[in-house]
Ligand binder design. Structure first.
Ligand code: GUN
Length: 292
């Protein structure tokens, strides 16, 4: 068998197109664009690229996007003061602090400081709680993007066995909750799981987010399964690869995301979707349909 390749680049373009339509309608109603602010502390080169891409894509869909870059020595107090200012700024609908942050800054304090209704990363304790409770909130971008890919691939989740490998706050945990909300039977596996290969082989939907190059081999995949690879690693030969051995898994799976060009492009697309949703909620609008 050879799997259907799930094209995340094309899917992300479809999400952005819907967001752009929602942004145009929002601007027409309110005479202002949705506003997104990205904060970077220090000059981590990967963060620099992410921040630039986020700003460009936000502008491309018609949003007002600002990048604020703070020195690497910024204190928690200074960052808190900036977050408070943006929380109070009516033109700002969404904000995020790019991770990682330098050691003197505590990520949990950032997550708790950003107003939950402007928390477009979905990392705040309030939004985590809303997701657990099944209440409307803002959901982390990568897992939301994965749900879109699974839906477009036509995979039925009701009663299906889903295995999420990885338990991070950004991907693994919210991913499990979203799959559970669609009535999948969800297992969260991780580095301490016994016989991980056997657990993965049970999965109708296998989502892997562990950050270990090509860890999941072809014989870990159930024939016909939907395989979603959230990993982005660099192999010794310099090539990018995921957490799944793509060539092997594609022989067995029913559908599979490539790396690059699978899950990756969905993350920023959903940051834009969350920003539009946050803006619409703040204005009391009906949310643009068909995205989240
Ligand atoms: N660094 C890596 N991924 C992310 C993300 O989704 N959000 C933020 N703020 N920083 C990140």
């Amino acid at each position: 068998m050879s799997a259907t390749v799930i094209d995340g680049k094309a899917a992300a373009a479809r999400v952005r197109e819907r967001v752009a339509g929602g942004v145009a309608a929002f601007r027409a109603r309110h005479g202002r664009p949705p506003g997104l602010v990205g904060i970077q502390v220090g000059d981590d080169p990967a963060s620099e690229i992410y921040q630039r891409n986020k700003q460009k894509q936000a502008e491309d869909v018609g949003m007002a996007a600002r990048r604020l870059k703070l020195p690497g020595e910024t204190t928690q107090g200074e960052l808190d003061a900036l977050i408070d200012e943006l929380n109070a700024d009516p033109a700002v609908d969404g904000m995020l602090v790019q991770l990682p942050v330098p050691g003197q800054i505590a990520e949990p304090l950032i997550a708790a400081r950003i107003h939950p209704d402007k928390d477009v990363d979905g990392f705040s304790p309030v939004n985590v709680g809303r997701l657990v409770r099944g209440e409307p909130g803002l959901v982390p971008c990568t897992p939301s993007g994965v749900m879109w890919l699974i839906r477009e691939a036509g995979v039925a989740l009701e009663g299906a066995r889903a295995v999420v490998v990885g338990r991070s706050l950004i991907v693994g945990k919210p991913m499990a909750l979203l799959l559970l909300a669609e009535n999948a039977t969800v297992t969260v596996a991780h580095s301490r799981t016994r016989d991980l290969a056997a657990v993965c082989r049970e999965a109708d939907v296998l989502v892997v987010a562990v950050g270990r190059a090509e860890m999941v081999r072809g014989d870990w995949v159930k024939p016909g399964a939907c395989v979603i690879d959230v990993g982005m690693n660099r192999r010794d030969d310099g090539r990018l690869c995921g957490d799944v051995h793509y060539a092997e898994a594609a022989e067995v799976a029913g559908s599979i995301t490539p790396v690059p060009g699978g899950v990756g492009p969905m993350t920023i697309a959903y940051l834009l979707a969350n920003t539009l949703l946050a803006a619409e909620r703040r204005e009391g609008d009906e949310p643009t349909g068909g995205i989240v």
